[in-house]
Design a protein. Structure first.
Length: 318
């Protein structure tokens, strides 16, 4: 195969072989066919004539004698610039063994849905209209009923609504809890849900109402996208937005269908999930994943926030 320009004419004895060791380092490995072809492309791109020969089982890249120094320097620079490319993919983190605990919380959410469907009094409050006192009513949230930001995440319109959130969210939430640990993961999830509901209330009409954990579900999608972006930012180089782009595609595919779909809640949960995921992922990179004690404290704080929100709803809700 010849890679020389047609207007260059040289005699056979004026061609020299490029050695495999460009930095004057002795190596035992001969020039491979793949490397010979790659180097030939590099020289051709720099308008340096060359050709490849296969002799006695070895591959040789030949250049004219008067262009030998220039060709060798070009190849040395090429090898130096690409010495660590592509970089090694990041090592996978050791996952926490908390799948059972995560599924238990999801089962509690389903159990709570059953409670909200019962026509029964609770702690002397008489018959409770859970949806009325706990939905994310925009005007009332902005009027100071903060608990609706939390309680709305635990309510569902019907079993189909609940099942869709558990089926879809279970995949992402279990993965996230194993990645970060239960306490930190649920803290980020609750934060993305609360902030997503707040932003949605600020932008929706005053009479807008919504319920469901889908804000948290798409918060989980955003958090996972942010973690993957951080983990692969060196490996992806200029393609670093790929994890976020993939998550946006998932949002468009799963978060925009249905007559009663609250796109605003999905979108804001996703956006705040990315922000909190970047912050949480950065802290984990710097200080490591939270230990058992800190995870327990964070988990208890999440439980306390949910209980306090529902207590406020039962006492002050109307």
């Amino acid at each position: 195969m010849e890679w020389e320009k047609e207007h260059i004419e040289v005699r056979e004895d004026e061609w020299l072989a490029i050695p495999p060791e460009l930095d004057n380092e002795r190596v035992s490995v001969a020039l491979s066919e793949q490397r010979a072809q790659l180097w030939a492309l590099v020289l051709e791109a720099r308008y340096l004539p060359c050709r490849i020969e296969h002799c006695s089982g070895d591959w040789h890249l030949l250049v004219p004698a008067e262009r030998f120094a220039a060709a060798r320097e070009e190849l040395r620079l090429f090898v130096e610039e690409n010495r660590n490319w592509p970089p090694n993919p990041p090592q996978a983190n050791t996952l926490a063994e908390n799948t059972l605990a995560t599924f238990s919380i999801l089962i509690l959410l389903a159990t709570f849905h059953n409670i909200t469907q019962l026509d029964a009094s609770l702690f002397g409050h008489g018959q409770v209209d859970w949806i009325a006192i706990g939905n994310a009513h925009s005007a009332r949230i902005l009027d100071g009923e903060w608990w609706r930001l939390v309680t709305a995440l635990t309510l569902h319109a019907d079993w189909l609504h609940l099942f869709s959130n558990l089926a879809l969210g279970g995949i992402f939430i279990v993965s996230l809890c194993r990645e970060l640990g239960s306490g930190l993961a649920w803290s980020l999830l609750l934060g993305s849900g609360v902030l997503g509901n707040l932003a949605n209330a600020c932008l929706q009409l005053p009479d807008h109402r919504s319920v469901g954990a889908s804000t948290v579900v798409f918060g989980a999608v955003g958090i996972l996208a942010a973690l993957n972006l951080l983990r692969n930012r060196r490996y992806l180089q200029r393609r670093w937005p790929l994890p976020v782009a993939a998550a946006l595609a998932l949002l468009a595919l799963l978060g925009t269908e249905g007559k009663q779909t609250d796109l605003g809640a999905h979108l804001f949960g996703f956006i705040f999930g990315i922000g909190l995921g970047l912050a949480g992922g950065y802290l984990v990179e710097r200080r490591g994943r939270p230990g058992t004690g800190l995870n327990l404290i964070l988990s208890m704080l999440c439980v306390a926030v949910v209980i306090a929100a529902w207590r406020s709803a039962l006492v002050f809700g109307r």
